[in-house]
Ligand binder design. Structure first.
Ligand code: HEM
Length: 406
């Protein structure tokens, strides 16, 4: 059987400069030739079916834990010394146990309870500029929006929102590709968040409340519970995985709607389309464009061997446009019926986004409010995009104009 290294494959280097459209064309073109492409680090899985199969194959492990190793940090660097395994990088029974214990705190019902709060946060942010007829959506809505939600979810009071915002910014620097320089502030934020959450855990142990931390403390399965260290890790994971993703996804969705004014009007008139609007915009312009796995052993798949250690990147931006799953995939239309399969922007398999219910609720609440309060939406100048190499992607600046409302 052939090793994957011997295959004749299309090359797909998405790190090279180029416009969004050029990159999407390159991905679509590669997918029409083969189910796999070669990139400078390994291989890109292009078709929906194979992306799902790889994400569900337990022999392919998450590459999230390789970030510090790939950055070449020395052994005694605090990020290696105090390395904490995150849910995103765990595998096997340890990961199953964590998911089993945490899942009840992330149900649709848990997200449902926060919807009125989400609406009030969005409305308050829009109040700040609705009468001006202009805004920079990233700074004025997307950046601030998820922080109060995560704080409310964890049970942290309003006066501490600013602290969480600062910690989130520093913790998220882990994805900036400059760990040698950013390491100290990342670790300082982790220690400060640990102290804060540690104290909150103590308070919740004696006085339970209606929040995620209380639910995680109480989570119990077959006599098993989360330890204090695991509670700290989960809180950090929620802050890191649950802020920048939602921000960027909201900005991506609005940028897409700004190009489709008819769809924006439709959503304003029929807020019940919110659910379809979220799924369709996440399919067409997802903030997470793919993920990374490595072969934990020699793996045979599709009559090809992936030698142990091989990196494989399931490409969501490719899978989400696969015409074996979607009819007319290039067309953004929030009224078309759902496809037989979900989009892959929340991933698939054991690492499927734990916060998907919450993220969906946040977007389903924000989009119809924005559609109603920012009518006749248009881009005011030019959108600047983050480089497509970042893990969580979207507009850097999204200047908009619209007909002023009260
Ligand atoms: C639109 C917003 C979001 C998107 C696009 C998104 C996307 C993803 C994706 C693709 C993964 C899997 C990564 C992989 O397989 O390598 C993931 C995992 C995860 N997400 Fe989200 N996410 C979003 C919002 C959230 C929110 C709001 C939370 C928390 C409240 C959250 C918490 C997590 C956690 C804890 C994991 C790790 C799960 C595990 O490894 O078992 N996410 N997310």
């Amino acid at each position: 059987m052939l090793s994957v290294h011997e295959l004749d494959l299309p090359d797909l280097n998405l790190l090279e400069p180029g416009s969004l459209a050029t990159k999407q064309t390159a991905v679509d073109d590669a997918r029409s030739k083969h189910w796999l492409a070669r990139n400078p680090f390994g291989y890109v899985a292009l078709r929906y079916e194979d992306c799902v199969a790889i994400l569900r194959d337990r022999r392919f492990h998450s590459a999230a834990g390789l970030i510090t190793q790939m950055a070449g940090l020395p052994e005694d660097h605090p990020m290696n010394r105090d390395k904490r395994e995150s849910i995103l990088s765990m595998e096997g029974p340890g990961h199953d146990r964590l998911r089993r214990l945490a899942a009840p705190a992330f149900t649709p019902m848990a997200a449902e309870k926060l919807r009125p709060f989400m609406r009030s946060v969005v409305n308050e942010l829009v109040d700040g500029f609705a009468a001006d007829g202009r805004c920079e959506l990233v700074r004025e809505v997307c950046e601030p929006y998820p922080i109060p939600i995560i704080c409310e979810l964890l049970g942290a009071p309003k006066e501490d929102w600013r602290l969480f915002s600062l910690w989130a910014t520093d913790l998220l620097a882990i994805f900036n590709g400059n760990l040698i320089e950013d390491g100290p502030r990342i670790m300082a934020a982790r220690y400060a968040l640990d102290d804060y959450i540690g104290a909150l855990i103590e308070r919740r142990r004696s006085t339970p409340a209606d929040d995620l931390l209380t639910a995680l403390i109480a989570a119990e399965s077959q006599g098993d519970r989360l330890s204090s260290d695991e509670l700290l890790m989960m809180s950090e994971a929620v802050l890191v995985a649950g802020t920048d993703t939602t921000r960027n996804q909201l900005a991506c969705a609005v940028a897409l709607f700004a190009e489709h004014p008819d769809q924006w009007r439709l959503l304003a008139d029929e807020p019940s389309l919110a659910q379809r609007a979220v799924e369709e915009s996440m399919r067409v312009l997802g903030a997470v464009r793919g993920t990374a796995r490595f072969a934990s052993t020699d793996i045979e798949y599709h009559d090809v061997v992936f030698p142990k250690g091989t990196l494989v990147f399931p490409s969501f931006i490719s899978a989400n446009f696969d015409d074996r799953v979607w009819t007319d995939p290039q067309n953004f239309d929030i009224t078309k019926p759902s496809a037989s399969q979900p989009h892959l922007t929340f991933g698939s398999g054991i690492h499927y986004c734990l916060g998907a219910n919450l993220a969906r609720a946040e977007l389903q609440e924000a989009l119809p409010i924005l559609a109603r309060r920012l009518p006749d939406l248009a881009v005011d100048g030019q959108i600047t995009w983050k480089p497509t190499t970042v893990g969580i992607w979207g507009p850097e600046h999204l200047p908009l104009r619209f007909t002023p409302t009260g």
